[in-house]
Design a protein around this ligand. Structure first.
Ligand SMILES: Nc1ncnc2c1ncn2[C@@H]1O[C@H](COP(=O)(O)OP(=O)(O)OP(=O)(O)O)[C@@H](O)[C@H]1O
Ligand SMILES: [Mg+2]
Length: 261
């Protein structure tokens, strides 16, 4: 894990900011018929263990493209991502084992039972079967999907499927979680469950990136924010810092200003 040198009371100490996820000058351009589109433009941010970072931006801002590059699903044109001390480009398999990824478009394997699917994913991540079984029980309890464990995944409702996907994202106990619009399609209770899940991730020291359009809830939940527009981070910081840099009280107003800029 990367660490900074800091001076404290005149003495040089190691630490202090452990950086679980580093995104450094990440850049991606897509060639389109009408010309090149720079979807992510020299994007940089760092996230610490136990921190929830809201990567927020309007449709097409570059959020999913950023996460795909961190995951190693898309090759950047420039810059790099580093997860728990490993650069994605250097060892994509090691990086995948350090990441949990949940998106609203995740599918489930319809013919497997929920338990079979969770155990299958644990196996893909080389989790010992007895550890996987224990984690499966613990996480199912946490996400209140115990009654669904022996149901075939194809019979689940949208909200039930999303809970299962959240459990799946944690089954290998990764230090970093990437959540891409995890609340899309969920009812009020489903959204509340996701937010409680994110609170839990913070409590157990995960570094979390959450992309969401639910700005009111993000405001309540996230420790820090990055406001992305046209691939560039326009504002970054805590809510207080954003308030003083934008002169606006709420993320919604900051967003409207962004879209008009
Ligand atoms: N494979 C691709 N080929 C060409 N253009 C792409 C590709 N993937 C994404 N884009 C474009 O890159 C830009 C950023 O897309 P991205 O999916 O990262 O946005 P987003 O911030 O996740 O938006 P949303 O909130 O709608 O999910 C968009 O203009 C999109 O059309
Ligand atoms: Mg997206």
């Amino acid at each position: 894990m990367a660490s900074d040198w800091v001076f404290w009371s005149g003495r040089k100490e190691t630490w202090i900011f452990e950086r679980m996820l580093i995104v450094e000058s990440l850049t991606k351009t897509f060639p389109l018929d009408e010309g090149d589109l720079c979807a992510v433009d020299h994007l940089s941010f760092r996230i610490h263990p136990g921190e929830v970072f809201g990567l927020l931006g309007p449709n097409g801002a570059g959020k999913t493209t950023t996460l795909r590059m961190v995951l190693g699903l898309l090759e950047p044109d420039g810059g790099y991502a580093e997860v728990d001390g490993v650069k994605t480009a250097d060892d994509p398999i090691a990086v995948k084992s350090r990441l949990g990824f949940v998106s609203a478009t995740d599918g489930v394997y319809p013919w497997l039972s929920v338990r079979e699917m969770l155990m299958y994913f644990a196996d893909l991540y080389a989790v010992d079967p007895s550890v996987a079984a224990r984690r499966c029980e613990e996480l199912s309890q946490l996400m209140e999907i115990e009654p669904l464990l022996d149901r075939r995944a194809g019979t689940l409702s949208t909200g039930q499927r999303q809970r299962v996907t959240l459990v799946r994202g944690l089954i290998h106990d990764p230090p970093v979680m990437l959540l891409d619009e995890p609340t899309r399609g969920l009812d009020v209770v489903g959204v509340q469950t996701i937010f409680e899940y994110i609170e839990h991730l913070r409590e157990v020291g995960k570094a979390v990136v959450v992309c969401t359009h639910r700005l009111d809830e993000a405001e309540r939940l996230c420790d820090r924010f990055g406001l992305l527009h046209r691939g560039q981070l326009r504002h970054t910081g805590t809510l207080e810092q954003l308030r003083s840099s934008t002169g606006r009280d709420h993320l919604v107003e900051m967003f409207v200003d962004l879209l008009r800029s």
